[in-house]
Design a protein around this ligand. Structure first.
Ligand SMILES: Cc1cc2nc3c(=O)[nH]c(=O)nc-3n(C[C@H](O)[C@H](O)[C@H](O)COP(=O)(O)OP(=O)(O)OC[C@H]3O[C@@H](n4cnc5c(N)ncnc54)[C@H](O)[C@@H]3O)c2cc1C
Length: 413
């Protein structure tokens, strides 16, 4: 396979973690041709995870953390076009068409348009606030200050970070969630209970099994109708009910879409020269049976770079990075490698769930699936290595043994 000809043109759609890392990967592999990165936001590329952490907590005006300085972009000879949205991809004539009516020619293209927050709309047609961009952050901070009371719909990681950040500002927070415990889809019921208690202890009111069926009213007096028939009144709402891949602009382009842009493990779509990475991509992965869409920052960075390297070199190296995420809530850091699956056994490898620091493992049928830590667990990286080489549950338990002198041999294997 040959790489990209040095006189060729590379276009990246999406100027965030995955897109900029793809551009880095291209240069790292020695690609000398032109690289254009197109981003629909007007802001210079910034660090998104800080929106629900340091920037939400900030007392004064929050300052965005930039992803790449303008000098670094210039040194890497990356043409950044901001404030323009790709509205079409012509795979025959090889153009990205923008909402300004221009057509950017490409010899290869990386689709890194990420995700957007799943919307919740009121009966009157108002799309309720979410937190995905700096403008959302400004609106949320102002809304919370105006009313002193906020309802968060959805107790996923972002919903919980918002709840923690707002309550640190003295805002009265209620969280409404559809299942029995917060974040249980990601971390399971035992850890869901840990998050429930953490938030309750800090005064956040959590209403579980309280899916929102519809919303009436306007800012200052919303009426949220819940699945049990009750009505929750609140002056301000922010919604964190998941992320959808930003793929509308690719409909009809010929690129295969199914729950995201479908790619192989190398990041190639069904169309030659068209690659995808980050939150928008649903990709084959050696650790998982079905293609997965990973919505984590580090994954977007690593996969973006990987796709850039492959595209420049003309290789199809599979990406096998272990999914990782972190979350900061009430001064505690939570981190996880791998992916817990429904029905997994959970094993407490270090500490205990009622302490600030602990590490737990997830697995089933002799397979090791994920490790999750609260606090600065130094051993987490050891489990990452095991996950990376597809180690079995026994090996994970063996790694846990020194920290668990009393570990019974009866631990489920
Ligand atoms: C508030 C918040 C907190 C988070 N915290 C964490 C965390 O703690 N840990 C973690 O692992 N992950 C976290 N995440 C998730 C993480 O931010 C994402 O996984 C990551 O940003 C994905 O990067 P991406 O480049 O694939 O997509 P995105 O960051 O979504 O960027 C895609 C970019 O493409 C642009 N775009 C979309 N469509 C088009 C188009 N048609 N034309 C041009 N441009 C387009 C978008 O405007 C956007 O700027 C958080 C996300 C949010 C919103």
């Amino acid at each position: 396979m040959t790489g990209l000809d040095q006189s060729r043109r590379m276009v990246v759609v999406g100027a965030s973690a995955a897109g900029l890392s793809a551009a880095d990967g291209l240069r790292e592999a020695g690609f000398e041709g032109s690289i254009t990165v197109l981003g629909s936001e007007l802001h210079h590329p910034y660090d998104r995870p800080t929106l629900s952490k340091g920037l939400l907590l900030a007392q004064g005006e929050p300052e965005l953390l930039e992803l790449r300085s303008a000098e670094r972009m210039e040194e890497s000879r990356i043409d950044l076009i901001l404030g323009r949205r790709a509205v079409g991809l012509d795979v025959d004539r090889k153009y990205v068409v923008t909402d300004h009516g221009d057509a950017l020619p490409w010899d290869a293209v990386v689709l890194a348009s990420g995700g957007r927050a799943r919307p919740l709309t009121t009966d009157g047609g108002e799309v309720l606030p979410v937190l995905r961009t700096p403008d959302d952050l400004r609106a949320l901070r102002q809304g919370a200050a105006r009313h002193g009371e906020v309802t968060v719909v959805g107790a996923g990681l972002i919903g919980l970070e918002i709840a923690a950040g707002l309550s640190a500002h003295g805002v009265a927070v209620t969280v409404l969630h559809d299942t029995a415990l917060p974040v249980d889809r990601i971390v399971g019921p035992e850890l869901g209970q840990v998050f429930f208690e953490l938030h309750s202890q800090h005064g956040v009111r959590l209403r579980m099994l309280s899916a929102v069926v519809s919303v009436g009213g306007v800012e200052g007096d919303y009426e949220l109708r819940l699945v049990d028939g009750t009505i929750h009144r609140t002056p301000y709402v922010v919604v964190g009910i998941g992320v959808e891949p930003d793929v509308d602009w690719l409909e009809g382009s010929g690129v295969a879409l199914s729950g995201g842009v479908l790619t192989d493990a190398a990041g190639r779509t069904n169309v030659p020269g068209v690659w995808a990475a980050g939150d928008v991509a649903r990709s084959a992965h050696p650790m998982f049976g079905d293609p997965v869409r990973v919505e984590h920052w580090t994954h977007a960075v690593e996969k973006g770079r990987h796709v850039g390297l492959n595209a420049a070199r003309g290789t199809a190296e599979p990406f096998a990075g272990v999914p990782y995420f972190w979350s900061d809530q009430f001064g505690r850091r939570f981190q996880s490698f791998g992916r817990r699956r429904d029905g997994d056994t959970m094993f407490v490898a270090e500490g205990s769930l009622d302490a600030e620091e602990f590490l737990v493992l997830f697995g089933a049928d002799g397979e090791f699936h994920a490790a999750f830590a609260s606090g600065q667990s130094r051993s987490l990286r050891g489990y990452r290595k095991l996950l990376a080489r597809g180690a079995r549950w026994d090996e994970a338990i063996d790694l846990a043994r020194p920290a668990n002198p009393d570990l019974a041999d009866s631990v489920a294997r």
